[in-house]
Write a protein that binds this ligand. Sequence first.
Ligand code: NAP
Length: 287
Amino acid sequence: MIWLIGNKGMLGTDVEQKLKASAFDYSASDMDVDITDIGALRNFSKDKKIEWIINCSAYTAVDKAEDEAGKAFKINADGAGNVALVAKERKAKLIHFSTDYVFDGTKSEAYIENDMTGPIGVYGRSKLKGEENILQTLSEHFIFRISWLYGHHGANFVHTMLRLFGERDEVRVVNDQWGSPTFAEDVADLIIKIIRENSTAYGIYHFTNGGRTTWYEFTREIHRLAKEIGLKKNDIKITPVSTAEYPTKAKRPANSCMSKTKIEKTLGVKIRPWQESLVEFLSEKVL
Ligand SMILES: NC(=O)c1ccc[n+]([C@@H]2O[C@H](COP(=O)([O-])OP(=O)(O)OC[C@H]3O[C@@H](n4cnc5c(N)ncnc54)[C@H](OP(=O)(O)O)[C@@H]3O)[C@@H](O)[C@H]2O)c1
């Protein structure tokens, strides 16, 4: 059976829906089984025959993490290590998620998996330590670094923009940070594929939707499509600003584009353009 950890989060909710739709035998937990408590993890798993653990739980408050380093590291580093240890003890394979924020963003091209990491914020550092803890504990791991995640459940950039389009005449959006949006349902499909194929091609992989954009261009496309689909009726001024004009507590990488060549070649994963996934996401909102 499969153990899905973090089933109440943005990604975890979509993964659970796909597990259900594919009729997989699974158990799920969230804050009720605290990943920072190894005893709780052992206790939950002790009578179960677990083949796969999918860890969608994390501390994801990027700005708040700057003031809560202890908590971020406890969950993202120690917690991830605990999950890997329990996976080892139960002889289960682990699927875990990391982030583009493990990079410093100074590379001019897309990052590959072996590129040197160098997180510039607490969240990225805590996620990188989580990767390291897993690598030291368990060989049978898949770590997917994803970026700019959005989905139907929970707070994310697309939801924020859709709300602001209805509340404001103008939104000011950063136009000098480059990256790739990732639709949570596409990540969930990837997980189903890995488990269905019982893959053993363990390692770290980059996975996002295809293409690159800035938050500003992403916003323009969200608005254009929302109008086209009929989700929004009003026009709005979308103004590009620089990172310097829009300061945030945590620094973000200027370039966090990640190459998908490894995952395409090794796991045979098809990467959808970000625009295609965004159309699907917004269309699902009007259904
Ligand atoms: N969101 C992004 O843009 C993004 C980008 C790149 C990578 N990622 C990675 O993708 C993965 C999924 O992210 P997401 O946005 O779906 O996260 P999310 O919505 O914040 O969900 C994480 C879930 O884990 C739970 N959780 C927190 N601490 C826990 C603990 N100690 N024990 C058990 N459960 C705990 C959370 O509960 P509470 O809500 O009650 O805290 C929440 O239900 C994470 O690994 C994240 O780092 C996300």
